[in-house]
Write a protein that binds this ligand. Structure first.
Ligand code: GTP
Ligand code: MG
Ligand code: NA
Length: 343
């Protein structure tokens, strides 16, 4: 690996789309967790974050391509709600990410929040991959657990293949009506101009290896500059919440830079800037969801990119969606307080 490859941070990937298309379930499938079943009404109402180390991605993509080059340390995936009332959270998630997965239900095609998400991504010129999810619902689908999608499709009857082709064609047409060229990724000869579609099942895992590998490879290929680790801190508050034993905490996404226990930080508050000191830097275990109560790992310092829970005094009135600043030895505190309140 050359120098730049040696200092890449994990790409941040936001998962977006219409309600109930299977965003959380897809992450559950990769994590081997059951977060979705624990959600009230089966609806996501918060932004989440999960870190997938490269070795887990390697494991999951071995059958598809055993010698794939994974130059990034891992992948940080941000889960967002699809319900129409959470446009602000979709906007927050899409504003943070390097790349996105736009999930479409193969049985429903494009829906209102698919189009809303699409427009958020286009507004910021964000790269994305379409996951055409729930292929297992095609009538007569034969399960081939966690198989690469081309292999899974070859096992299907002519009828299933025909229905699959018909539905894919219809989705491609619907994207075309939105002014967007899309194609099944394994047929796409014009990557870059034509967005990739990866058929998946979050229940039986077909296509999930393809989605993971394409995410990592496409990020590595098209955004080396953006993914090169930078020391300058870039950090956003996702959620503010009370956690038993820790008081009010903030969940943040560290996009660049390093945070240390004991750092003096400034965040935007409802009654003015909050200046405080990091008491604890916590993360869930790898492959666990930050927004779900569980055991946390304590860190002395954490390097981007990562989803982190910060415990500190005085965070009760912190405002989600704003930036977090660290006060360095040579920094002017008043200036940082002003910057924090401009967010
Ligand atoms: P919101 O976050 O509320 O927008 O929903 P979501 O997109 O995260 O969808 P979720 O993971 O909550 O899944 C919605 C429903 O679809 C659940 O009942 C899932 O079990 C089901 N589901 C998700 N993915 C699949 C799939 O690939 N196949 C099948 N058959 N069902 C799925
Ligand atoms: Mg969800
Ligand atoms: Na849901």
């Amino acid at each position: 690996a050359n120098n730049s490859e040696g200092n890449l941070r994990s790409p941040i990937c936001c998962i977006m789309g219409h309600v109930d298309t299977g965003k959380t379930k897809l992450l559950d499938c990769i994590r081997h967790t059951n977060v979705q079943e624990g959600e009230a009404g089966g609806i996501t109402q918060q932004i989440g974050a999960t870190y997938f180390p490269a070795e887990n991605i390697r494991e999951r993509t071995r059958e598809l391509k055993a010698d794939a080059k994974l130059n990034v340390p891992g992948l940080l995936v941000i889960d967002t709600p699809g319900h129409e009332s959470f446009t602000n959270l979709r906007s927050r998630g899409s504003g943070l990410c390097d790349i996105a997965i736009l999930v479409v239900d193969i049985m429903h095609g494009l829906e209102p929040q698919t189009i809303e998400s699409l427009n958020l991504l286009r507004m910021r010129n964000t790269e994305f991959i379409v996951a055409l999810n729930k292929v297992d619902r095609l009538y007569g689908w034969k399960t081939l657990r966690n198989a690469p999608i081309v292999k899974a499709l070859k096992q299907q009857s002519k009828d299933v293949q025909n229905e699959f082709n018909m539905r894919v064609t219809s989705v491609i047409t619907q994207f075309k009506e939105q002014g967007l060229n899309t194609e099944l990724y394994y047929k796409n000869k014009d990557m870059g101009e034509t967005f990739n579609i990866v058929p998946t099942s979050a229940i039986s895992g077909e296509g999930v290896p393809d989605l993971l590998l394409l995410l990592v490879q496409w990020s590595q290929k098209t955004m080396i500059e953006k993914l090169t680790f930078k020391n300058e801190l870039e950090c956003t508050v996702l959620e503010v919440k009370v956690v038993e034993g820790h008081g009010t905490t903030i969940d943040v996404v560290l996009v660049n830079g390093v945070l240390h226990e004991g750092d003096q930080i400034v965040v935007c508050g409802m009654q003015g800037p909050i200046v405080t000191t990091i008491r604890a830097l916590l993360t869930p275990h790898p492959m666990k969801e930050l927004r779900v109560k569980g055991t946390y790992l304590h860190h002395k310092q954490i390097k981007a990119a990562q989803g982190i829970k910060i415990s500190a005094q005085g965070l009760e009135h912190a405002i989600a969606g704003t930036g977090l600043y660290v006060v360095g030895p040579d920094d002017d505190l008043e200036e940082i307080k002003r910057s924090a309140m401009e967010d």
